[in-house]
Design a protein. Structure first.
Length: 202
């Protein structure tokens, strides 16, 4: 199972407490327009559910507390999408005192389904939920995915090995080192071209 190449076009709803209504916000607004020259890099996390043990104890606290490490590599935001309603996510956000992670409510599972990550948890009376995943998103383009192994309906386990903060950070470091090497090669060849030109001119 894998994700699409781009974040699906979808409108998430955000409650406006001043007017008491819900305001839509598109994925293009959240993750950047794929046609924009400005690069907006995000981490998108898909989670089985608010208040669940692995999400609450390990994954979300790690990304929340270590967000500054991601910012060093150009990551502007972390978003987590769950098949829960907004009121549940609001309570969970307050419980964890989240400041660096935006929680996105996908109550009907429509966005998660378009991400090819919707699975049944009906055996636990949880209905439909998201399989656990993490994506590196650049202007809505999914550049890298981490998906937990064993994708299946009605799972008894909740694996958490592929989608750890450390795995994401290691990838970003390696990518950064690769670009540094490529940039050094480019500069080297530019210098060599200048030296050869100067030599020929003399």
């Amino acid at each position: 199972m894998k994700h699409p190449n781009y974040v699906p076009k979808f409108d998430f709803l955000f409650f406006n407490p001043i007017h008491g209504n819900f305001v839509p916000k598109s994925t293009a607004e959240i993750f950047g327009d794929r046609n924009s020259p400005y690069q907006k890099k995000s981490i998108l996390i898909g989670l089985p559910g608010a208040f669940t043990p692995v999400c609450t104890t390990y994954q979300i606290p790690d990304f929340e507390e270590r967000f500054d490490e991601l910012k060093e590599f150009g990551i502007e935001q972390i978003c987590a999408v769950l098949v829960n309603d907004g009121w549940v996510l609001g309570s969970w956000k307050n419980e964890l005192n989240l400041k660096n992670i935006e929680l996105l409510s996908d109550g009907n599972g429509e966005f998660t389904e378009q991400m090819n990550m919707l699975v049944s948890y009906r055996h636990l009376h949880f209905g439909w939920r998201s399989w656990r995943y993490v994506c590196l998103v650049n202007n809505s383009k999914i550049e890298k995915s981490w998906i937990e192994k064993g994708f299946t309906n009605n799972p008894w386990d909740d694996p958490y090995e592929e989608t750890t903060f450390d795995n994401v950070l290691e990838y970003l470091k390696n990518e950064n080192n690769f670009h540094d090497v490529e940039k050094s090669k480019e500069i080297f060849f530019q210098i060599m071209d200048c030296l050869l030109y100067t030599s020929d001119a003399a």
